[in-house]
Design a protein around this ligand. Structure first.
Ligand SMILES: *Cc1c(COP(=O)(O)O)cnc(C)c1O
Length: 239
């Protein structure tokens, strides 16, 4: 199957899940998670009608930007962002989906002010409370959202989450529901219902995420095929 055919197949599954939930499939944005896939694959996804492409390694993204890999589609940053790499991302991507700490908010604000842009972001919720995962915990997310409101060069458009990868289906659904509740509450209380994006769901669970209210899904494997985890030479991520 080609990348375009995979996108069409994923779209059909999105439409089925949305209809089942009484939702309009048109309100669900499909982001291709293109990590470890080259510029040509990204171009194929753009030609195949992907709504946006999401990268999670800064160096890989910059290399592919140089190759004009994303022309024709918005680019998102979806991975863990280190503070010392923020300035390489701010202003270059339409949306940073993975803002999960006050420190990161502060750094993005500083860089965005410096280059004179307002950076759109999502706040990441570490819904499983995993020690090794970034994101605001459920108990910190309100505080994070309030802090973001004070950043004049940051606009928060919603929330993003990645539940624990080993969660059973029922548990995974509860995580999605939890984040949906936070999305609705925080959007109403702090953002005048101005939230647009609830980003949750990947290849293995995007249909459940849509049934739980996701408006944005990030799909890699089901579009690009399985990844080879040896990074291309010269693109190893430095610590
Ligand atoms: C890789 C990645 C995805 C997509 O994962 P698949 O299981 O391949 O669909 C989604 N979100 C983030 C943050 C990712 O890094």
């Amino acid at each position: 199957m080609s990348i375009a055919e995979n996108i069409a197949a994923v779209r059909a599954r999105i439409a089925d899940a949305a209809q089942e939930a009484g939702r309009d499939p048109g309100e669900i944005m499909l982001v291709g998670a293109s990590k470890m896939n080259g510029a040509e694959a990204c171009r194929e996804a753009v030609a195949g009608g992907i709504d946006a492409l999401g990268e999670n390694r800064v160096q890989e993204m910059l290399a592919k930007l140089d190759e004009d890999a994303y022309a024709g589609a918005p680019l998102h940053f979806i991975g863990h962002l280190q503070r010392n790499k923020v300035r390489q991302v701010v202003g270059k991507v339409e949306l940073i989906q993975s803002v999960g700490s006050l420190e990161l908010l502060g750094e993005i604000e500083k860089c965005a002010a410096k280059v004179g842009v307002v950076q759109d972001v999502l706040l990441e919720v570490n819904v499983g409370g995993e020690a090794a995962k970034s994101g605001f915990s459920v108990s910190e997310i309100f505080q994070g959202a309030e802090a973001a409101l004070g950043c004049l060069h940051i606009r928060v458009l919603g929330l993003m989450t990645i539940p624990p990868f080993d969660a059973e289906r029922e548990e995974n659904l509860r995580y999605f529901e939890k984040v949906r509740t936070l999305y609705v509450d925080i959007g109403a209380k702090l953002f005048h219902n101005g939230f647009r994006y609830l980003s949750m769901g990947m290849s293995g669970d995007f249909e459940d995420a849509i049934r739980s209210g996701a408006t944005m899904v990030r799909v890699g494997t089901a579009i690009f095929g399985s990844r080879n985890y040896a990074p291309p030479a010269g693109q190893e991520e430095l610590p």
